[in-house]
Design a protein around this ligand. Structure first.
Ligand code: ADP
Ligand code: MG
Length: 422
């Protein structure tokens, strides 16, 4: 019975790091995309998990240690790649050597075979679909453990088939297959979900970019018309020098303004960079207010922003922009008869608060409660994904978001993010 308990503990030691991987890696901004760091993270977790398995072995014959370390070892190779997985391999070898006993020579001689096979398939593995990964991974775990256990059985004196531990050893081998199956299933599931989330986030961003394009074009056309007018005036020779200068100055200002509009827009439109750095909240607030201003003007909304400079938070600046754009755009769309939309950034204790307040149609408590659910939209042509993406992004920055809304009066979103000092 004790063995069952130990087997379950080993299984737990394999599964828990997977959840750590999800919480602290996949769900963070920038996590999954940086492949090399991702590989190292996986290998380190696999090494920890292998160490855990070996520290709490399932079963002990003098000289031998029975545990599920092969599973994290193979997972480390499949998901960490050839180079990063050296971490796991070295850790397993060193610790097993430290534990001592005849078992170590079996490990030293037979593991290279399992590791070699895993290395052979490693490059292909990442391209396989989930089922194939699960079958192949489990088969390899099963095969390696079978091989090792047969050799060990022969090394132990006496005929292997009458070994009193045979039932345990058979289930131990089978458990390798099962554990590998579960581990691959979990990790694939987490990755699929993360990829889906990222895709939704990207397509929501593209949608906003598309919708802003029209208003940006509109906004840029005005300065062009003005500049054209000035140039036409300048064609004439009879313009006094001081007027000439004024026309030139105004023309340049107009061109500069449209240049700023376009470059802000392009900065927002470029593909996600996924970097994590210290972000000045005020700068992001101004940036977002700048990009959205054409859209606001078109809908008779004025944007008032006030932000204290120097309030730092940590995250991906592009993602914070996307969050602000989502909320500002919703605010503008809620203010069907125009008005003033305010956005501010202040500090409160160890938090930075970014508040977006509109005087629009507001929401009933039921609607407020549904915010963040996918596909909840009251707009024609709305996707109901903007707020969901917003919540996810804020969560990944370790922040939270409060909504206060009154039907017919307006809505206030308060983003709370941990302040970073330096
Ligand atoms: P979409 O804008 O595509 O409808 P969102 O996820 O951005 O999707 O918003 C979901 C819904 O939440 C909106 O359709 C609207 O009903 C409500 N909503 C969001 N922001 C506001 C706001 N500032 N004022 C009123 N309703 C809002
Ligand atoms: Mg929206």
């Amino acid at each position: 019975m004790n063995e069952v308990k130990d087997l379950l503990l080993n299984l737990l030691i394999i599964i828990v790091p997977l959840f750590l991987y999800q919480t602290f890696w996949i769900d963070k901004p920038g996590g999954t995309l940086i492949a090399s760091r991702n590989r190292i993270a996986i290998s380190i977790l696999a090494a920890i998990s292998a160490l855990g398995c070996m520290a709490f072995p399932v079963f002990f014959l003098p000289g031998y240690v029975y545990d599920l370390r092969l599973v994290p070892l193979l997972m480390g190779i499949f998901y960490g790649g050839v180079r990063a997985s050296l971490i796991v391999i070295v850790v397993v070898y060193l610790y097993r050597w430290y534990l001592g006993g005849v078992g170590f020579s079996v490990v030293a001689l037979l593991y290279p075979l399992a590791i070699g096979i895993a290395y052979l398939f490693e490059a292909k593995f990442s391209r396989w679909d989930r089922r194939r990964k699960m079958y192949a991974g489990s088969a390899l775990a099963l095969f390696s453990s079978l091989l090792i256990n047969i050799v060990v059985l022969y090394l132990i004196d006496g005929p292997p088939l009458s070994n009193p531990h045979l039932p345990f050893i058979v289930s131990f081998v089978i458990l390798h297959g099962i554990a590998m199956w579960i581990a691959i299933y979990l990790i694939e599931n987490m990755r699929d979900k993360a990829a889906l989330r990222f895709e939704i986030q990207q397509s929501e961003k593209l949608r906003i970019i598309g919708q802003l394009a029209a208003s940006i074009a509109h906004e840029v056309r005005n300065p062009l018309t003005v500049v054209r007018g000035f140039l036409q005036l300048l064609q004439s020779d009879q313009i006094p020098e001081e007027k000439r200068r004024m026309f030139l100055k105004l023309g340049i200002e107009e061109l500069d303004r449209s240049e700023t509009i376009i470059s802000n827009y392009l900065a927002f439109a470029r593909p996600q960079s996924q970097r994590i750095e210290a972000i000045d909240a005020a700068e992001r607030v101004e940036h977002a207010a700048g990009i959205i201003s054409s859209y606001a003007t078109l809908r008779n909304v004025e944007i008032a922003h006030q932000a204290r400079p120097g309030l730092l938070i940590e995250g991906d600046p592009e993602q914070l922009s996307q969050v602000l754009m989502n909320l500002l755009k919703n605010g503008i769309e809620a203010m069907q008869s125009g008005g003033v939309l305010t956005i501010s950034a202040i500090d409160e204790g160890n938090l930075v608060l970014i508040e977006i307040t509109d005087t629009g149609i507001g929401m009933s408590p039921e609607e407020t409660a549904r915010l963040g659910n996918p596909f909840f939209s009251t707009k024609e042509g709305g996707t109901g994904l903007g707020i969901m993406v917003t919540y996810q992004l804020i969560q990944s920055m370790n922040g939270s978001i409060d909504v206060h809304s009154e039907k017919g009066k307006g809505t206030r979103f308060t983003i709370k993010l941990p302040r970073k000092y330096d």
